[in-house]
Design a binder for this molecule. Sequence first.
Ligand code: ADP
Length: 169
Amino acid sequence: MTTIKVVEADITTLKVDAIVNAANTGLRGGGGVDGAIHRAAGMAELNAACAKFHGCRTGEAVITPGFKLPAKYIIHTPGPVWHGGNHNEDQLLANSYQHSLELAAQNNCRDVAFSSISTGVYGFPLERAAKIAIKTIRDFIQKDDSLKEVIICAFDPRTAKAYRQAIAE
Ligand code: ADP
C-alpha cells in the first residue's frame, strides 16, 4: 500500500528517491522552487543535464540525477500557467502529476516528494490544485503500488493545509 503525506519543508533538504520540481518549459531554472532546486543541486551540472532534453511541454515530465541534493533524482514538470480555468489547466495539471508518478515508478523509486506544482508564480488556485493533485495521486496508486510513499512538500502553512484538506475529503 502507498501512503500519501504532507510535510512542510524546503524540498531541497528531503532525502527521498525523487523530488518533483515545478519547472518551466525551457528547463532552464528560474525563480521559486525551481531556482532553489537548481542552486542546491549545482547549477552547472543540473543545467547541463536539463539542456539535453531541449525543453519539456506543459504537463510532461523529464528526470535527471539529483547531483548535490540528498534526493537521488529530480523529476522536472512544467505545470500549467493559470489563465482563468478555460485553457485546459485542470487536465494539464493532472498530466504533470501523472507523468511525474510514471517516471518515478519507472525508475524504481520507493518515495517521491512533490512541490506544489503551478500554485506559486503560475497562479493556479491552491484548493483547486490540491484536489486535482490528490485525485491524480490516488488514481495512480490504486493501479500501481510500487511506490511506498508519495509526499506533498509544502513551503508554507496555507499550502500544507490545502493538501491536508484535500486528503481528508
Ligand atoms: P510555479 O511556477 O509552478 O507556480 P513556484 O516555484 O512559483 O512554481 O511555486 C510552487 C510552490 O513551491 C509554491 O507553493 C512555493 O511556495 C513553493 N516553494 C518555493 N520554494 C520552495 C522550496 N525550497 N521547497 C518547497 N517548496 C517551495
